[in-house]
Design a protein around this ligand. Structure first.
Ligand SMILES: C[S@@+](CC[C@H](N)C(=O)[O-])C[C@H]1O[C@@H](n2cnc3c(N)ncnc32)[C@H](O)[C@@H]1O
Length: 223
């Protein structure tokens, strides 16, 4: 199964023997990749919309994987069942992801691993899950076309993070991989543009943005 680099990276972060719930599976390419890569992985491919789920069903059938991937129609974690140990959500906004968890906080007590690739509001997602007794076990950046995506792997447990660690990601800060500079250089430019565009009375937003600009400059200019 040939999939894009973003989904492949997510798939490669899933541990052997996992039982995954992929929320918002769309075509189910990730789930197909997962179970073809590791015969001990099982998955539930779920989506809130009939169209994508039918697409998922067709793809799963084409790959003869109906015994390994179950399709479920439903909103967010409504499709969760008790033996799932890993939740995956990718390709959605960070605030939608938080909304999905808030609707089923009980699920956060039951699963060990959550793998997310939010399109935005990554800091809010990190703070939310860390408040609910998860820590950042791993983080990756992956380039797909002209975009760079964050992938966050949370595990059950408590860790305290500084403002700077929440901002950059504690694991990304440690790893400082080859996309780190490019990613935060782009974040710097977008904030510099924002500062210029913000109306005069947005003082608080300007203050926060300047503070982030300073933090990014300090980090990327470090020897
Ligand atoms: C942009 S696609 C992402 C597909 C895939 N996860 C990926 O990363 O490439 C978003 C999918 O999430 C589904 N979706 C959006 N909100 C959802 C929700 N609350 N519960 C389940 N699925 C949802 C949409 O129907 C769509 O198929």
């Amino acid at each position: 199964m040939k999939i894009n680099d973003r989904l492949k990276k997510i798939g490669d972060l899933v541990e052997a023997n996992s039982f995954c719930l992929d929320v918002g599976c769309d075509h189910a390419f990730l789930d197909i990749y997962l179970v073809e890569r590791n015969e001990n992985i099982r998955a539930i491919a779920s989506d809130v919309n009939e169209g994508p789920l039918n697409h998922a069903r067709e793809n799963i059938k084409k790959h003869h994987l109906e015994d390994k991937i179950e399709c479920r129609l439903g909103n967010g974690l409504d499709t969760y069942s008790d033996d799932v140990d890993t939740i995956i959500i990718s390709g959605m906004g960070g605030r939608s992801m938080i909304g999905i968890f808030k609707n089923h906080l009980e699920v956060l007590k039951k699963v060990d691993t959550i793998i997310l690739s939010p399109n935005n509001y990554q800091i809010d997602v990190k703070k939310f899950l860390c408040k609910h007794y998860f820590y950042l076990h791993d983080e990756e950046l992956v380039k797909e076309g002209k975009f760079i995506y964050q992938i966050l792997v949370f595990k059950k447990g408590k860790k305290k993070y500084s403002k700077k660690e929440y901002f950059f990601g504690p694991v990304l800060l440690e790893k400082k991989g080859k996309l780190f500079m490019e990613y935060y250089q782009r974040e710097l430019v977008s904030r510099e543009i924002l500062i210029k565009m913000l109306p005069k009375n947005y003082r608080w937003k300007k203050f926060l943005t300047r503070r982030e600009i300073k933090m990014i400059k300090e980090e990327i200019n470090k020897k």
